[in-house]
Design a protein around this ligand. Structure first.
Ligand code: FES
Length: 359
C-alpha cells in the first residue's frame, strides 16, 4: 500500500528539484534516490516519467485509447507529440512510440494504440494491460504544430496517423479556432475509422469542422490528386505511412504551410559486409564486442546500458551522444562520420570500425 496517493506524489515533484540537480552532477545515484521515492508511491521518480493506467476504451476495431495519470515529470508535453512506452516482458525491456491524443494540466494524458499484426508490445497493451498498472514513458517528442494564423486547415491522415492530428484538432477547437477545418482519414476497412463518434460530436458542435473518410480497401478507395485538389484548406498537416505523406507532399501546391510526419522508419541502407568491432562506452567504463550491422542504440542496450531515446527512427534527437573516436555510418544517408567530438544519433548510426562513444 503506497504511503502517498498519486495526486500527493505529483505535488511532491517540484520539491525534488535539488535532488535532480545532485543526480545530474553525479553526487547522488538516480537509481538509489528512485528506490527511496518508490516507497512513498510506486510511480514517484526523480526524473523518469511513470504513469498509472486510469482508463481504457476502444475507439476503432483495432485501436485502443489509454488514459494515463503521470507522476508529475511529464513537463512541457503537448497533444500531437509522441512518447515511447516501455514494458518489460520476461526480463527484456521493449519500447514503442505512440501519439498523445490529449494532455491535461492535472497529469492526465491519452495515448492511442493501434494493433500491429504480430506486434509484441501492442498485443500486450491492447489485450492484457489493466487499469491500475504502471507504465514507464520516455520524454515526449514531435514537432507538429497547429497552423494558428486563422487560415483554413486541411488535416490528412492514413491509419494511425489520425492520432497526433486528433490531439492537435481537439486543442485547436477548445481554444476557439474558427476557420474551416477539413479532416480526411484514409483507412483500409470501415471499422478502422477511429474516434468516429467523438469526431461526429465535434463536427456537430463546431460547424467549421468537416469530416471525410476514404476506405482504401474498397474499389477506387485511395485518395487521388483530384480529390485532394477539391478539399478546402490553405495549410496541410499530414501524418501516416511514408508512401501516403510523400504522395500528398508531392501534390500539395497551395500557398500555406505544409507539415509532414511519417511513422515508417527510414529504409535501412545495406551496410558493408558484417565485421566484428570493439565498442567502448566511455562514461560507463565498458568495452564490449560489437558489429558493424546493428545500431549503436541496439548494441548499447544489448550490453545492459539504457541510453536515452525516443523515436528510434532518427527523428527526435533524444539519443544524441558524442562520438569520441572511430567512425560511424548514418543508416539514413550512408554518410560516414569520423570527426571526433561530433554529435551522432545512436539509433541510426552503426559502427564502421572500433568506436568510442561518450555514453
Ligand atoms: S531515438 Fe529519436 S533520434 Fe534516436
Amino acid at each position: 500500500m503506497p504511503i502517498l496517493s498519486l495526486s500527493l506524489a505529483r505535488h511532491l515533484v517540484p520539491a525534488l528539484q535539488p535532488l535532480r540537480a545532485l543526480c545530474r552532477r553525479g553526487w547522488l545515484r538516480e537509481a538509489d534516490v528512485d528506490l527511496l521515492l518508490r516507497l512513498l508511491h510506486p510511480a514517484l521518480r526523480v526524473q523518469r516519467v511513470f504513469a498509472r493506467v486510469a482508463a481504457r476504451r476502444w475507439v476503432a476495431e483495432d485501436m485502443l485509447a489509454l488514459t494515463l495519470r503521470c507522476n508529475g515529470n511529464e513537463r512541457g508535453w503537448r497533444a500531437g507529440q509522441h512518447v515511447q512506452v516501455y514494458l518489460e516482458q520476461e526480463g527484456v525491456r521493449h519500447g514503442r512510440s505512440y501519439s498523445l491524443t490529449a494532455v491535461s494540466a492535472d497529469g492526465r494524458v491519452e495515448l492511442a494504440i493501434k494493433r500491429q499484426p504480430g506486434g509484441r508490445l501492442s498485443t500486450v497493451l491492447l489485450d492484457h494491460l489493466e487499469v491500475g498498472q504502471l507504465l514507464e514513458l520516455a520524454p515526449a517528442f514531435g514537432e507538429l504544430q497547429w497552423p494558428n494564423d486563422g487560415r483554413p486547415v486541411l488535416l490528412a491522415a492514413a491509419g494511425s496517423g489520425i492520432t497526433p492530428l486528433l490531439g492537435l484538432l481537439r486543442e485547436a477547437l477548445a481554444q476557439g479556432f474558427a476557420a474551416p477545418i477539413t479532416l480526411l482519414h484514409q483507412v483500409r476497412r470501415p471499422g478502422q475509422r477511429a474516434f468516429v463518434e467523438e469526431l461526429q460530436g465535434l463536427a456537430e458542435r463546431h460547424r467549421n469542422l468537416h469530416l471525410r473518410w476514404v476506405i482504401s480497401g474498397e474499389p477506387g478507395g485511395r485518395i487521388t490528386r483530384d480529390q485532394l485538389d477539391e478539399l478546402p484548406g490553405e495549410h496541410l498537416v499530414t501524418c501516416g505511412p511514408r508512401g501516403f505523406v510523400e504522395q500528398l507532399q508531392g501534390w500539395w501546391k497551395r500557398g500555406g504551410t505544409l507539415q509532414v510526419e511519417s511513422f515508417s522508419p527510414p529504409e535501412p541502407l545495406t551496410v558493408d559486409e558484417r565485421r566484428e568491432v570493439r565498442l567502448r562506452f566511455a562514461r560507463s567504463g565498458q568495452q564490449v564486442p560489437g558489429n558493424n550491422q546493428g545500431s549503436l542504440l541496439e548494441q548499447a542496450e544489448a550490453s545492459g546500458l539504457r541510453p536515452a531515446h525516443g523515436c528510434r527512427q532518427g527523428i527526435c534527437a533524444s539519443c544524441t551522444c558524442t562520438l569520441l573516436s572511430g567512425a560511424v555510418r548514418d543508416l539514413r544517408s550512408g554518410a560516414l562520420f569520423a570527426e571526433p567530438n561530433q554529435p551522432i544519433r545512436l539509433c541510426v548510426s552503426v559502427p564502421h570500425g572500433d568506436v568510442e562513444i561518450d555514453l
